[in-house]
Each structure stands twice: as C-alpha cells, then as structure tokens.
Design a protein around this ligand. Structure first.
Ligand code: FAD
Length: 395
C-alpha cells in the first residue's frame, strides 16, 4: 500500500507531492496523470508565460519561497502579476518535475483514475485496464472542467461524489462573452475601455482594460473577469437567464457624460470637420461608423450641422454602449471552473474531507474561482501545499 496517492498531475498535485515528500522524506508517493505528461495545462498558462501568482495574494510569500526552494526565480509586473523570470511556463513545469524526481516521487502518466473506494487502512483506486492500487492517503487534484483538451474533463467530480461529496453548480468562467448584436464587422478590433456587466438594471461588476471584439462578442482579460459574475438562479434555464445580462462599454472612462458632450460640441467647431470624422483618433473607424449610425448621424454632413440631440445620443453611446448577452463561451475556451466540491465539506486548514478522513482535495476541483492575474494558480499552490503538509504530518 502506498503512503500517498495523488490523482492528477497538474499544478496543485505537483505542489502537494513536493511538499509532502520534503516534509517527510521517507514516504512512498505516487502521482497518477491521465495525459502523457505532467503539467500540460500549466505549460499553457499565461499565454505560455505562466502568471503563477499575484503580489496581492495574502499568501504570496509562501508561494515564492516554495518556488525559490526549487530554483525558480520570478519577476513581478506593474499590475502585480508574478511570472517566472524567463516568462517561460515550461520552465516552471520542468523545475517541478525535476524536484519530484529528486525527491523520489513516482509518477504514472497515461493513467485515468476511474473509481475510488474505502478499504481497511486507506483507499483503493481503480484505473484504466482493470488495474488497481491502494494508498493510506489520497489527494484528489484532478482539476475542473475548463479546457478539457488538457485532461480536465470533470472526472474529479465523479470521484468526489463516490466519496459522498456534493458538487455545486458548475459553469465555465474566465472566458469570452457573446452578444446579440451583429459584431462580424467589428471582429479584430482591440481597444482600451471600461466594461460594465449589468443584470436587469443593476451594475454587477466593472473592469477596465483592453477589450477585444470577436465576430460573436467580446474577449480580453477584463471581459474574462466579468464572465465570473454571469450566474443563474437555481432552476433558471440558461436561455432565460442570459438575456437578463447586458454589457455597457464606456470608451472614455476618464471623462463624465457632461465632459464628453462638451468635448463633442467643441470638436464640431473644428473647421471643415465632417460628421464621420467626429470620432477620428478616438475610435477605430469601423467602430466609429457603427456608433454614428446608432446615433442616426449622417457621416457626410459637416460636423457643425449635427443637431444637439444627436450629439447627446452619441455622447451617451461613447459613455455606455449597451449590448445584450447571448452566451458565455464554453468549457473548451474557459480558463477556469466556477463551482465544485462544496467548501463546507472540506477542512480548509488541511484540505481534508470532513466526510472521508484520509481523503484530501486541492486545486480547481474545489468550489473556488478567482480573477485573471495569477489567483487561480495561487489557489492550486496554496491548497496543494496545505494538503501535502497535512498528509505528511498524518503518517
Ligand atoms: C489556457 C489557460 C491559461 C491559464 N492561465 C492561467 C494563469 O496564467 N494564471 C493562473 O493563475 N491561472 C491560469 N489558468 C488556470 C489554472 O491553470 C488552473 O486553475 C490550475 O491549473 C488548476 O490546477 P489544478 O491542479 O487544480 O488542475 P490542473 O492543473 O488542471 O490539473 C489537473 C490534472 O488532472 C488530470 N486528470 C483529470 N482527471 C484525471 C483522472 N481521472 N485520472 C488522472 N488524472 C486526471 C488532468 O489531466 C490534469 O493534468 C489558466 C487556465 C487555462 C486553461
């Protein structure tokens, strides 16, 4: 019987294995990974640069010490996002695998855990091909459902349920949003704006940053962050709930509405300026045309001839172009899962199950999701380190 078996070979699993082996070097530890290599998702994080944590996370120091102990050096950008100094995610994966080997941790890739049950003194795990192994402690670190191309297709929830755990409502987050309006001509535009997510007539959350227009809607980090707040009532169908959400784009967040109105009035005084040039150097021309047409302004007349009323409408559109949500991009493109193993069923100091002593959780499988910026990997390291310490101390 193994001392510790870890299901999943991603970020949290590797952090837990390294911690447990470092704390208690005599332990026999095995890591089972479904894909043909460990850390495939980790290698793709942060556009291949791996935004591994954030200076604003309360336990960032522990994470940095953890990485520094295996020779991984980091750098912090102006927004507090922390990356390996080389900005190469594969260096983090390599460094962790190297450390695991040095600590004698056994890994088995191409191995999908399918069933888990209790046996005297521990647990039995059945994996593909009718094989089984048993372990005194088990850590379930199989991730969520986001980005299944990296092995995370939601198996972990099935295994957690086999141990009696509850799974809260799951949805893809940190993903692009689709809108009802026709965006085909706007595809490819990128520009800084403030983006508000509204539900009915209430502002839910607001972010500022670079917005990317896609053929179906909006993308970009600030939009990803808003996707975390698109939630449905219990029993509410997606098709009903989604239409209650809207986006308002503010293209001039540093000015209030009055200032934008005054600014447009002033521009109308520029000699010879055509109406279609009113937004010249403010918005990309295709987007400017779209807003001018929504304000029913004929681009070919002189700007000075545009009526006050139409200028007010244009100012309103610049400060809050209203769009209606039609969808949230699905699991394949999402970076994270909202929902997961019910938190009250886990002892958050040790990550041990309150329902099945000896059984632990770490990473995205638990009901936690954070914004972009390193918060989700921080959750993986933090919960992995806690579980690794607790498992090692319990043996
Ligand atoms: C494209 C992308 C970019 C991202 N960028 C960032 C970023 O820059 N910063 C950040 O903080 N977060 C980022 N994230 C989120 C972050 O990667 C995850 O939250 C984090 O990896 C979760 O860690 P984990 O250990 O829970 O699971 P994962 O790292 O997802 O690992 C789970 C592992 O379990 C394996 N597995 C699943 N089922 C089984 C089974 N039945 N048997 C055996 N093995 C199994 C999977 O193959 C997988 O390797 C990104 C996510 C994506 C998809």
């Amino acid at each position: 019987m193994w001392d510790i078996c870890i299901i999943g070979g991603g970020a949290s699993a590797m952090a837990a294995a390294i911690t447990a082996a470092s704390e208690n070097p005599g332990l026999s530890i095995c890591v089972l990974e479904k894909k043909d290599a460990l850390g495939k998702k980790l290698a793709a994080t942060g556009n291949g640069k791996c935004n591994l944590t954030n200076a604003g996370c309360p336990n960032v120091r522990q994470t940095l010490e953890f990485f520094s102990s295996m020779g991984i050096v980091t750098r912090t950008d102006e927004q507090g996002r922390i990356y390996p100094y080389s900005q190469q995610a594969r260096d983090v994966v390599y460094g962790m695998i190297r450390q695991m080997k040095a600590l004698g941790i056994r890994t088995r890739t191409g191995c999908t855990a399918e069933r888990i049950s209790r046996v005297p003194g521990g647990f039995q795990i059945a994996f593909g091909g009718g094989e089984e192994l048993s372990a005194k402690r088990v850590l379930l670190a199989a991730g969520g459902k986001a980005a299944p191309q990296f092995g995370t297709s939601g198996d972990g929830y099935t295994l957690a349920k086999q141990m009696g755990h509850t799974i809260t409502r799951l949805s893809p987050v940190l993903t692009a949003l689709d809108v009802k309006e026709d965006f085909r001509l706007l595809k490819g535009i990128r520009m800084k704006a403030s983006v508000g997510l509204w539900k009915d007539e209430t502002l839910i959350s607001q972010e500022e940053g670079e917005v990317q227009f896609t053929a179906e809607g909006l993308s970009g980090i600030c939009v990803f962050d808003l996707s975390r707040f698109v939630k449905f009532e219990p029993g509410e169908a997606f098709s009903e709930g989604i239409g209650r959400y809207g986006i308002r784009l503010d293209f001039l967040p540093h000015m209030d509405l009055r200032q934008v109105e005054a600014f447009l009035d002033e521009r109308c005084g520029i000699p010879g300026l055509k109406a279609k040039e009113l937004l010249l150097s403010i918005l990309p021309s295709i987007l400017a045309e779209r807003l001018l047409s929504a304000a029913q302004i004929n681009g070919d007349v002189q700007a000075a001839q545009v009526t006050e009323e139409k200028l007010r409408i244009l100012a309103g559109l610049l400060k809050g172009w209203k769009l209606t949500l039609s969808g949230v991009k699905g699991w394949k493109t999402a970076q994270c899962t909202s929902g997961g193993v019910e938190l009250s069923e886990i002892d958050e100091r040790t990550m041990e199950s309150r329902l099945a002593p000896g059984f632990y959780f770490a990473g995205e499988i638990i009901d936690y999701d954070g914004p972009c910026g390193g918060f989700n990997l921080q959750n993986a390291w933090e919960t992995g380190i806690k579980a690794g310490k607790a498992m090692a101390a319990s043996l």
